[in-house]
Design a protein around this ligand. Structure first.
Ligand code: NDP
Length: 279
């Protein structure tokens, strides 16, 4: 099983997303079951945010982790408008109550807003000192923002940058990835299935062809591709226990040079840097 050092813990490079959970699209108990199925299959990182369903997704995570908090490395995110020196504390306490836990393992700035990075980092560091969070990171920061963060007092403590990355969104390979590698941080890849649009995207027939060779599914190939370099942790979301298990099994799928070449031809790598995309 592939793992990566994530905020001081060795974790599998596939985790569990939760956007759209807690909105009633699927029964809440089924969503929690799907997260538990992923944990049972060996996944560890659970990603959520105060934004998702206005806290409803954090409540689903609280359900899923009841009685098994230590099985997960729990990631949540603060809204940019709450990311002032003191705002992060209040937001974190609200998240902890919904998650029904006493600590978040990795707390992320969801995207860059009006509060200076220096204030947010100072707020995060205070939460680390108090033990309310284990580590902190960022999301949706482009390469220039990451370099700026590195200059902020305490900025070198950033544990990860969570960005949009999948076969149809390869821009980070030329911008964010080298910047993150320079500071030694792993990347979290969000929407690794392009919110299920990847199955119908131009080039999807290559996904199908590679999947057939491995007796795997297109989703598993897309995930195995996303984590292929060992420094990326993909966090697919599924409200289905069976799909959560299917996604976890992608940790064992190793793509060959032939597979990678076929996927490269169908989903070309970027040739020049472009601004980071976000959903
Ligand atoms: P994903 O790329 O993970 O796609 C989720 C969709 O794919 C759902 O419709 C799901 O349906 C479907 N799906 C999941 N597994 C399978 C499978 N094996 N076969 C077929 N379909 C499947 O999109 P998300 O946008 O949810 O991204 C993942 C996570 O990343 C989020 O949940 C969130 O935690 C995080 N995120 C972070 C952002 C940020 O700004 N930091 C932005 C966006 C996402 P079903 O549930 O019915 O299985």
């Amino acid at each position: 099983m592939r793992t990566v050092d994530f905020a001081g813990r060795e974790v599998p490079t596939i985790g569990l997303g939760t956007w759209n959970m807690g909105e009633g699209r699927a029964p809440r108990s089924q969503e929690a079951d799907a997260l538990r199925a992923g944990l049972d299959a060996g996944l560890v990182v659970v990603d959520t945010a105060e934004m998702y369903a206005d806290g409803g997704a954090e409540e689903v995570v609280g359900d899923a982790l009841a009685g098994r908090r230590d099985d997960a490395v729990l990631v949540s995110k603060v809204y940019p408008h709450n990311a002032s020196r003191h705002g992060v504390r209040a937001a974190c306490e609200r998240s902890l109550a919904r998650l029904r836990t006493d600590h978040i393992d990795v707390y992320l700035l969801h995207w860059r807003g009006r509060h200076p990075l220096s204030e947010t980092v100072a707020g995060f560091e205070a939460l680390v000192d108090e033990g309310l969070i284990g580590a902190w990171g960022v999301s949706n920061l482009d390469a220039d923002d990451l370099r700026e963060l590195g200059q902020v007092p305490g900025g070198e403590g950033c544990a990860t940058n969570q960005v949009l990355y999948n076969l149809t969104r390869r821009g980070p390979e030329l911008g964010v990835f080298p910047a993150a590698a320079a500071s030694g941080m792993p990347i979290m890849a969000y929407s690794p299935l392009e919110q299920a649009r990847i199955f119908d995207a131009p080039g999807a027939e290559a996904l199908g062809a590679v999947a057939k060779r491995h007796d795997a599914t297109a989703a598993q190939v897309a995930l195995a591709w996303t984590i292929r370099n060992g420094r990326v942790l993909a966090i697919p979301k599924s409200a289905s226990p069976a799909r959560a298990r299917e996604n976890a099994a992608a940790l064992e799928l190793v793509l060959t040079h032939e597979d990678l070449a076929e996927l490269d031809a169908a989903f070309p790598a970027p040739t020049r840097p472009a601004p980071l995309e976000m959903l």
